[in-house]
Design a binder for this molecule. Structure first.
Ligand code: 5GP
Length: 178
């Protein structure tokens, strides 16, 4: 059968093997830092779902998962305005919280979200991202756990979309004409 998505991909940036290695590296760090602490993984929908599922299966610590949806992007541009679309069900007060993100670009989303979650009184709050795009940064926010670094290009796959398409690509690629 013809792959309906691949014709739009210019090149593969991170293969399935690369992604597995990133998850393994980050999971090893979290397993060590959170042994005996039962953190809550706060997964940002929708882009982080694949990464979160892979990461969670590599964790050997007691942990919980909850989901949050915030919006800041339209097409390939950050709007700079972040709003909460779906909130957590978990009370994070007194809990160790790890925000699970797919990619940090301007950092505006996480900057806002971090401040908001801090107000709920977590015991600790850290950020774990599959990818970091430091060239795009506009807010002072840094991830504590980073799988890999990307340059100033728009990427899709492994949960990352372009107008809801390409999330199901098993690798991460750069779009043609991006
Ligand atoms: P930030 O607020 O850091 O600019 O935006 C972070 C969010 O923007 C990510 O969670 C992701 O959904 C989206 N984003 C940032 N860069 C890219 C990219 O290169 N490709 C895709 N598909 N989404 C991106």
């Amino acid at each position: 059968m013809i792959n309906e998505l691949e014709k739009d991909i210019d090149r593969v940036l991170f293969s399935e093997e690369d992604l597995k290695a990133m998850v393994k590296k980050v999971a090893a760090e979290i397993n060590e830092d959170y042994a005996g602490k039962k953190p809550v993984l706060v997964v940002l929908l929708k882009g982080s779902v694949m990464f979160a599922a892979d990461l969670m299966r590599s964790l050997i610590i007691d942990c919980e998962i909850d989901f949050m949806k915030v919006s800041s992007y339209s097409g390939t541009q950050s709007t700079g305005v972040v709003s909460i679309v779906n909130d957590l069900k978990t009370d994070i007060s007194g809990r160790h919280v790890i925000i699970i993100e797919d990619i940090v670009d301007t950092g505006l989303t996480l900057y806002r979200l971090k401040n908001l979650l801090e107000q709920r009184g977590p015991e600790s709050l850290r950020i774990c991202t599959l990818l970091d795009k430091p060239s795009g940064r506009k807010a002072e926010v840094y991830a504590d756990y980073i799988g890999g670094v990307v340059g100033n290009e728009f990427i899709v796959g492994n949960g990352l979309d372009y107008n809801e398409k390409y999330r199901n690509l098993p690798y991460i690629g750069v779009m043609r004409n991006s």
